[in-house]
Structures are given as structure tokens and as C-alpha cells.
Design a binder for this molecule. Structure first.
Ligand code: CP
Ligand code: NVA
Length: 319
């Protein structure tokens, strides 16, 4: 399989995906198009071997279902293989320097996916790595998730390239990557958070500098925020690493629960997304996750197609 998108882009430099700023606008479009194309191929029973005899190594400091298994499945489906290591197994607990781990691991691997607390760790690792490094979630970013989110929105709302997304909840890693990607694609985004839990102000300033046309609105009023939404999105109130704040956050975020009553304030054909895992009864109710507006399982399934797109695309220059 060789579609036109394979000849687009600069093939001379190795690409990382530490944040979505690592991709140009046309590379974002290429990746989305390739992921959608590969989904179509697999549905017709074709699994082009675009990662043949290659290996992705995953090094995770935090638990994962979707990110880990989507990359492992993607490698297998594309003709390659995967190795999974906890960060302690990889030696990132002080056994040896991060730079040495990166140099050695990247000499065995074609792509490395990292899930960390610190975004800086991913930046430092990539600096020393001889192969592409993908951010599989840090405290600050979750770029693979956002690519799957946008793919899901494009599939569900093909006539709305500028669909209005309203994110209700913590201004966390998922929200930051969503803000970058929607801004880059010219999509309006409303982020509705309790006071003190908004997107970090340094992040917003940086976004407005890098993407001057960003259509980002912040508010603390959920009923107002969903009024013109094409898509309502939420995530957990306490992310991995914030477990000790769970009960305090529960009280603060309670008015921000996405439930049927809030969804009634949104347009009738509004869709619902959640990156999962979902805590039913907290940030979202069962009736919304399982209701007709929900695309959460299509969204989760698209993680696989984006992982396939990424593995194929990041290693294409070596073909
Ligand atoms: N959405 C997501 O990244 O899920 P995991 O934490 O299970 O990988
Ligand atoms: N914000 C969540 C996303 C999980 C996929 C977390 O970081 O735990």
C-alpha cells in the first residue's frame, strides 16, 4: 500500500511526538488521514505490513490499558513486535542515567513510547534517543489521545470541520493536548473548569503565541459552556498521581459532572467523548456514557488506528 500521503512531508529528519507542537500542520493532517486510511484497510481485511520486522518499546511509569495495548496491537498488526517495560525495569529508577537508557534502548528499537509523570523526562529522553520517541501521556500532555479524539469527531461529524468542542473538567494533560490540536485545526474549544483548575496560564500564553488564531474560551459555567457544543468532552477529576487529592477534588468538581441534565442544555445532536477510564457517578453518569450521544468506545477503538498510523508514519523514512 502506498497512498499519496506517503510522499508528502520532510523525510530527512527524525520525528518525535513529545507534544503536538512537534508536528507541522500538514503532518497533523497526514497522520489523521493515514490513520483513517489504515482503519479503512483493516475493515476490508487488509493489514499492510508498514512496521514489518520493526519493534516498538513501551516504557511506562503509570498504568495503562488503551495506550499500551493499542501500540502493542498496532505493532503486531503492521508486521512488527513490541516490548513492554515498567520504568523500573528499564532502569529509570536510578539504575543508570536516563541518557544511557535512551541511547541503549533506541539502538534496539524503531520507536519508543513513554508514559511518565514528568514531561521533561520525555524531552530529555528524546534528546538522547536515536529513534522516534512518542509521548504516551505525561502529567502535561496526551497527544495520541487528542489525535484519536479528532479522528472520532471527523468520522462522526464529517460536515463540521470546525466542530465546537466543550471540555468540562480539570485543565489537565488531556485538556492541554486537546487545546493544542483544536487550535491547530481551527476548531473552537471551550474549556470549563472550576476556579483554580483551569488550563495552566503559562500553557495558554504559549498556545496563543504559537497559534495566534486559537479559538479558545475559558469559563467556569458548565450550563453556558455546553449551549453551542457539537461535542462535550470530560475526563477524570483526579489524574494518575493525584490520588491523594481525590476527595477534595470530588467536592470541588461535583457541579461539573456531565449528566443527562447538563446534556439537555446542549444542542440535541451533541456528541459525548471521554478518553477513559471513566468514573461513572463522578465526572460522568452511566446514562451519558451509555447513551445515544456517546462515542466513547469508538473513540477508544480509534486509539488503535492512530497507533498504527503513528508507527507507520514515524518509521516511513527508513523504507
Ligand atoms: N485514555 C488512555 O490513555 O487510557 P489508558 O490510560 O488506559 O492508556
Ligand atoms: N487525565 C488522566 C488521563 C488518563 C488517560 C490521567 O492523567 O490520569
Amino acid at each position: 500500500m502506498r497512498s499519496a500521503i506517503w510522499i508528502v512531508g520532510d523525510l530527512s529528519t527524525m520525528k518525535h511526538l513529545k507534544t503536538l507542537y512537534d508536528l507541522t500542520d500538514s503532518e497533523i493532517q497526514e497522520l489523521l488521514a493515514l490513520s483513517i486510511e489504515l482503519k479503512g484497510e483493516v475493515r476490508q481485511g487488509r493489514r499492510p505490513q508498514l512496521f514489518h520486522q520493526r519493534m516498538v518499546t513501551l516504557v511506562f511509569e503509570k498504568p495503562s490499558l488503551r495506550t499500551r495495548v493499542s501500540f502493542e496491537a498496532a505493532a503486531a498488526q503492521l508486521g512488527g513486535s513490541s516490548v513492554f517495560l515498567s520504568s523500573a525495569d528499564a532502569g529509570l529508577n536510578g539504575r543508570e542515567s536516563l541518557q544511557d537508557v535512551a541511547r541503549v534502548l533506541s539502538s534496539y528499537s524503531d520507536v519508543i513510547v513513554l508514559r511518565t509523570f514528568s514531561q521533561q523526562l520525555i524531552e530529555d529522553f528524546a534528546e538522547a534517543s536515536a529513534c522516534p520517541v512518542v509521548n504516551g501521556l505525561s502529567d502535561e500532555r496526551h497527544p495520541c489521545q487528542s489525535l484519536s479524539d479528532i479522528m472520532t469527531i471527523r468520522e462522526a461529524l464529517p460536515d463540521k470541520p470546525a466542530a465546537h468542542v466543550t471540555y468540562i473538567g480539570d485543565g489537565n494533560n488531556v485538556a492541554c493536548s486537546l487545546a493544542v490540536l483544536t487550535a491547530r485545526l481551527g476548531m473552537p474549544l471551550t474549556v470549563c473548569s472550576p476556579v483554580g483548575y483551569e488550563l495552566p496560564s503559562a500553557f495558554v500564553q504559549d498556545l496563543q503565541t504559537r497559534v495566534p488564531g486559537a479559538r479558545l474560551t475559558q469559563t467556569s459555567d458548565p450550563r453556558e459552556a455546553v449551549k453551542t457544543a457539537d461535542v462535550v468532552y470530560t475526563d477524570v477529576w483526579a489524574s494518575m498521581g493525584q490520588e491523594q487529592e481525590s476527595s477534595q477534588r470530588s467536592d470541588i468538581f461535583r457541579p461539573y459532572q456531565v449528566n443527562a441534565e447538563l446534556m439537555r442544555q446542549a444542542p440535541q445532536d451533541c456528541r459525548f467523548l471521554h478518553c477513559l477510564p471513566a468514573h461513572r457517578g463522578e465526572e460522568v453518569t452511566e446514562e451519558v456514557v451509555e447513551g445515544p450521544m456517546s462515542l466513547v468506545f469508538e473513540q477508544a477503538a480509534n486509539r488503535l488506528h492512530v497507533a498504527r498510523g503513528l508507527l507507520a508514519w514515524l518509521t516511513r523514512q527508513a523504507d
